[in-house]
Design a binder for this molecule. Structure first.
Ligand SMILES: Cc1ncc(COP(=O)(O)O)c(C=O)c1O
Length: 406
């Protein structure tokens, strides 16, 4: 017969609290930092305030109404009329995995534009779902030309094409013009990563024929990490419902998630929505709508110009050499010869509480990365970054294109 466990035996003693959690007052302490790396960027105070509101049940009518508001906000942010919008519970990686898990069946061909770490990760994930992965490569720091993509799509006739609009490891922006039409003429669907680009640079989900897309909450949308904006087109929905095999992931099965998010009649408990983070995203999307996408795009562009004017004056150069390839939201700056990039990062963190990031994947050790995203996208922050770079470089004896002997 079963029964409740007790802790009557001598070895079942309750451990005392660890010293690690015993602060003087027992209250969490976090330093304030200006996050000017590739993300997370600082969250908007209105979003953080929303996250402190009382919890609701994940199926309570006021919470379901809030989810409907989020869906409408996502339609605006992605510029789509598709009703298939939702927030994924998980970060950008979850968005990438969800799209692959739902759009690919074992053996199906996927072309992955790989010009940085996000193409690499996508190829890794697609292989785990047993897809037939064809990697289209170009040198890090460059984007794909339409002709290169066209040749690959026409030759391989894939089920899916992956492109990353904002390659944050190399600071490269991928043009999406004509890519949707190209895919549809060849029986493919277009999957786009907008984690580091949505809200910072123009994106037109419907007009560009994007079929399935995920973004990032903690970048230009100025919310907390942990929940991922998503939409798919009717074509992608048709692909989902005509699969021969089931979706191999329960957590990311869009058939089930759609039932929770009200794509169909009725609501269904799939998992517990991330209540507080969804309050935050509701506010983030309201701020996007109130500000206006065009105003946001213009502001990011102007600050990118301001940043590069200052950096070039210091003798610094972009890693993405072609101006048309440069991503305004994540800027990659070549580390001059003889300069200790990590030393500079630590110096500005210590002196200014300012985060400047190093490179990632193919740019590791070669660049610094500066984010211009959302709430952090202000002229004052850009001026601070330039001043901190000047100070940090001078502290290492760099006064222009050449390092002087110290
Ligand atoms: C372009 C891009 N895609 C995907 C991701 C992964 O997002 P996360 O770290 O939120 O999982 C990132 C993260 O920086 C990114 O920049």
């Amino acid at each position: 017969m079963g029964g409740a466990d007790t802790h009557a035996r001598p070895e079942e003693k309750v451990f005392p609290v660890s010293d690690k959690i015993k602060g003087p007052q027992g209250v969490i302490k976090v330093p304030y930092r200006i996050l000017m790396g590739p993300g997370p960027s600082n969250a908007h105070p209105r979003i953080l305030a929303a996250q402190t509101l009382p919890l609701l049940g994940h199926l309570h009518p006021p919470f379901l109404a809030l989810m409907d508001e989020i869906k409408a906000g996502l339609q605006y942010a992605f510029q789509t009329e598709s009703k298939y919008t939702l927030l994924i519970s998980g970060t950008g990686h979850a968005g990438m995995e969800l799209c692959l898990a739902n759009m690919l069946e074992p053996g199906q061909k996927v072309i992955i534009g790989n010009n940085g770490i996000w193409g690499e990760r996508c190829a890794d994930m697609a292989k785990r779902y047993e897809a037939n992965v064809i990697e289209l490569k170009c040198p890090p720091g460059q984007s794909f030309t339409f002709e290169e993509v066209k040749k690959a799509v026409e030759e391989h006739k894939p089920a899916l094409l992956f492109l990353c609009q904002g390659e944050s490891s190399t600071g490269v922006q991928q043009s999406l013009a004509g890519m949707g039409e190209l895919c549809h003429q060849n029986g493919a669907l277009l999957l786009v990563d907008t984690v580091c680009s949505l809200g910072a640079v123009p994106f037109f989900g419907d007009a560009w024929g994007v079929d399935i897309c995920y973004s990032g909450s903690q970048k230009a949308l100025s919310a907390s990490p942990g929940t991922t904006p998503f939409f798919m087109s009717q074509k992608a929905h048709d692909r989902l419902t005509s699969r021969k095999t089931g979706v191999h992931s329960y957590n990311y099965d869009l058939n089930l998630l759609g039932k929770y998010w009200g794509w169909y009649e009725g609501r269904f408990y799939h998992h517990t929505g991330i209540v507080s983070l969804w309050y935050g995203m509701r506010e983030a999307l309201a701020i996007v709508y109130e500000t206006g996408l065009e105003t946001m795009w213009k502001r990011h562009r102007e600050l990118y110009d301001q940043l590069w004017e200052g950096l070039r004056d210091l003798g610094l150069e972009p890693f993405a050499e072609n101006p048309a390839d440069q991503l305004p939201s994540v800027n990659t700056i070549k580390v001059p010869e003889g300069i200790d990039w990590l030393g500079l990062n630590n110096y500005v963190m210590g002196k200014y509480n300012l985060e400047i990031a190093g490179g990632l994947g193919p740019s590791a050790g070669k660049v610094w990365r500066i984010g211009i995203m959302g709430f952090n996208a202000t002229a004052a922050n850009i001026a601070l970054v330039i001043a901190a770079f000047k100070d940090g470089l001078q502290s290492q004896g760099f006064h222009g294109a050449k390092k002087t002997a110290s």
